[in-house]
Design a protein around this ligand. Structure first.
Ligand code: ATR
Length: 291
């Protein structure tokens, strides 16, 4: 494995705007160190007008960049710069991982979706016939909603609330072009999410990032049979997660999803399976960073 990895003396990184708060460098640089690989993972904060030139240069033979992650707000925009899109990317229409191969071709993957499912598997959350309520219809919601429509253990229903109705409509119309979305219902009010009857509540919005943020749903709706997943992992415990635990519900943050998508991205770049020890080091680097 190390022989393979020695070809990885290169630069990897994250494109987005902003990217300064990202934990990805911690995780990937910890892996390079653990594996004794002379490579580095950097942050590339790029403005929209800088994207074209950045992607163009990736094709140059002397480019030191061999792999990228893409984050907000470019996961959809990056599609047009890829030479090849994985079948999953073609379903989700969002790319968060790019491999630059020996011919300097850009191959786009999505590891958010399998990262989400891997975390759900770890938590033993099964969606089969479950009633799922989702808050938000932004970039993070896209991968999760498409995934839930595609998995064999399909939920019974998915209700989605977004502050801006036009955005959730646009997302649904787009997803519906490629997957069966008949189980989805858009609602105009958080009351209509029927959280009190739901089995799973997923927050994909940025509400909760700030300590003073109010809940989007009435606290009384949270019940002990609910699984609450908040994609926000910093702070470690949002108000939503704290109240969910208080109500006796099972609750988890998106730190596990961040970890699994990172593992899967790394494995795409290096074309190896990471060993358990390195994976543990990567996970601990994330957990230590979020206190
Ligand atoms: P991300 O990639 O993290 O999903 P995003 O695409 O900017 O980021 O989406 C942010 C999500 O949080 C959206 O669903 C947004 O709702 P709008 O589409 O109405 O903007 C939601 N959001 C952000 N601030 C919010 C607030 N104060 N109340 C309700 N929803 C909010």
């Amino acid at each position: 494995m190390i022989a393979d990895m020695e070809e990885l003396k290169a630069t990897y990184g994250l494109i987005g705007y902003p990217v300064s708060h990202s934990l990805s460098p911690l995780m990937h640089n910890a892996a390079f160190k653990a594996l004794g690989v002379d490579a580095v993972y950097k942050l590339f904060p790029l403005k929209e007008e800088e994207l074209k030139d950045f992607f163009k240069k990736l094709h140059d033979d002397d480019s030191e960049i061999f792999g990228l992650n893409i984050t907000v707000p470019y996961k959809e925009k990056a599609l047009e710069y890829c030479d090849v899109l994985s079948p999953l990317v073609q379903k989700i229409m969002a790319v968060n991982t790019i491999v630059i191969n020996k011919q300097r071709k850009l191959i786009g993957y999505n590891t958010d979706a399998p990262g989400f499912l891997a975390h759900m598997a770890e938590l033993k959350v099964d969606f089969g016939e479950k009633r799922v309520a989702i808050l938000g219809a932004g970039g993070s919601a896209r991968a999760i909603i498409t995934t839930l429509c595609m998995i064999p253990e399909r939920p019974q229903s998915i209700k989605i609330y977004n502050r801006t109705r036009a955005r959730s409509e646009e997302l649904l119309n787009d997803i519906a072009q490629r997957v069966d979305t008949s189980l989805i219902e858009l609602v105009d009010d958080t009351d209509d999410l029927n959280v009190e009857l739901a089995d799973v509540l997923i927050n994909t919005t940025s509400v909760g990032l700030k300590k003073e943020d109010d809940l989007l749903i009435p606290e009384e709706m949270i019940h002990s049979d609910l699984f609450v997943y908040d994609l926000i992992y910093n702070p470690k415990e949002t108000k939503l997660l704290r109240l969910a635990k208080k109500a006796g519900a099972k609750a988890a943050s998106g730190l596990g999803m961040l970890y699994y998508q990172g593992i899967l991205s790394f494995q795409h770049w290096a074309n190896i399976q990471l060993d358990e020890e390195t994976k543990l080091i990567m996970r601990e680097s994330l957990e230590k960073a979020i206190k």
